[in-house]
Design a protein around this ligand. Structure first.
Ligand SMILES: NC(=O)c1ccc[n+]([C@@H]2O[C@H](COP(=O)([O-])OP(=O)(O)OC[C@H]3O[C@@H](n4cnc5c(N)ncnc54)[C@H](O)[C@@H]3O)[C@@H](O)[C@H]2O)c1
Ligand SMILES: [Zn+2]
Ligand SMILES: [Zn+2]
Length: 336
């Protein structure tokens, strides 16, 4: 099969023929139709994070495809079914976090396209327990970005407990943020979209943002005019953007961190945090139920996924396009 392989951290990916993997007990073989390019894949291929990915990684955690074969066991999915292969590739099911509905913080997880091979390939093996069925009526090109960008921002807002009388700011209107903005509206919030590219700001307007802020300008003055925000969801991997979002919060505000900067450090003022009762929340992807909710919202017409499709052979050029901020929200590899 054709796959894009990280042969060395920081080197361009190599698109080459590799053997089709075989599903072991409890696993399924998925014939990949589409896989989104999440910014995480770029961090992974460059080895930018404190914990490094597996050797000879095939990235991709927005893979969507058809179950082609199943391994041994009484499995919850069948051949022919369309499934998504999210970041949470496996969880133990019995640690206190799994039992409590927080499987994303499992003490013994597997991460698709990081600790196990992912969807930048014609086939991939997944744990049957952790693929999520894609409902009929959700196109695979839409399902792919929902599988990480969607579920991550949906869950990040859910944990911030948004109320319809609140204002929610989404910083970064890329793959994650363009969906986060829509979920903020679904939760009933007034919305503020922030980015540094004109076309992203234009997209935010088209997606119904109540206010659109250019982070290249004087954000503080514009935010004062809006009256501050109650929730700030930061999808940009930038400590400076996180600090600016913190400064925009009203009393009882929630700063939700989702973007993962390579330097892994953030300095925040203590006084403004304490005197305003601000909560700083980190959030990692979402559970299988959260992803099912994202598919359901989409099937009900409540979200619009903005994509352009690409060939897997162009993966390295695609990484550059994303880094330059030149893509319309999400690039999706179409392997059909
Ligand atoms: N926590 C999680 O579970 C989780 C899940 C997926 C991705 N991530 C991380 O989220 C981050 C974003 O991923 P993505 O795929 O949406 O990336 P992306 O490149 O598609 O989007 C980033 C957006 O931020 C904008 N931007 C850049 N600098 C900015 C600034 N200073 N102020 C405002 N906007 C700015 C860009 O123009 C772009 O629109 C990455 O670090 C990724 O690893 C985290
Ligand atoms: Zn992702
Ligand atoms: Zn667990």
């Amino acid at each position: 099969m054709k796959a894009a392989v990280v042969t060395a951290l920081g080197a361009p990916l190599v698109v080459r023929e590799v053997p089709v993997p075989e599903p072991g007990p409890g696993q399924v073989l998925v014939r990949i139709e589409t896989c989104g390019l999440c910014h995480t894949d770029i961090h992974a291929a460059r080895g930018e994070w404190p914990v490094k990915p597996k050797d000879q990684l095939i990235p991709g955690h927005e893979g969507v495809g058809i179950v082609e074969a199943v391994g041994a066991g009484d499995l919850p999915v069948a051949v022919g079914q369309r499934v998504a292969m999210p970041w949470l590739g496996d969880a133990c099911g019995h640690c206190r976090y799994c039992i409590d509905g927080w499987e994303t913080y499992c003490t013994d997880p597997a991460y698709t396209g990081y600790t196990m091979d992912g969807g930048y390939a014609e086939y991939a093996v997944a744990w049957a327990s952790h693929v999520v069925p894609v409902p009929d009526g959700v196109d695979p090109v839409d399902a792919s970005p929902l599988t990480c960008a969607g579920v991550t921002t949906y869950k990040a807002l859910k944990v911030a407990e948004p109320r319809p009388d609140e204002t929610c700011m989404v910083v970064g209107i890329g793959g994650l943020g363009h969906l986060g903005l829509q979920y903020a509206r679904v939760f009933g919030c007034r919305t503020v979209a922030v980015d540094v590219h004109d076309d992203k700001l234009q997209l935010a307007k088209e997606l119904g943002a109540d206010h659109v802020l250019d982070a290249r300008g004087d954000q503080a003055a514009q935010l004062a005019e809006i009256g501050g925000v109650d929730i700030a969801l930061v999808t940009v991997p930038s400590p400076a953007a996180m600090r600016a979002a913190h400064a925009a919060l009203n009393p009882n505000g929630r700063l939700v961190l989702v973007g993962l900067p390579a330097d892994n450090r953030l300095e925040l003022p203590v006084f403004e945090t304490v005197l305003k009762g601000v909560k700083v929340i980190g959030s990692l992807v979402g559970t299988r139920n959260d992803l099912a909710a994202c598919f359901d919202l989409h099937a009900r017409g409540l979200t619009r996924v903005v994509t352009e499709t690409r060939r897997l052979e162009d993966v390295n050029a695609c990484f550059e396009e994303v880094l330059a901020g030149e893509v319309p929200a999400r690039l999706v590899f179409d392997l059909r």
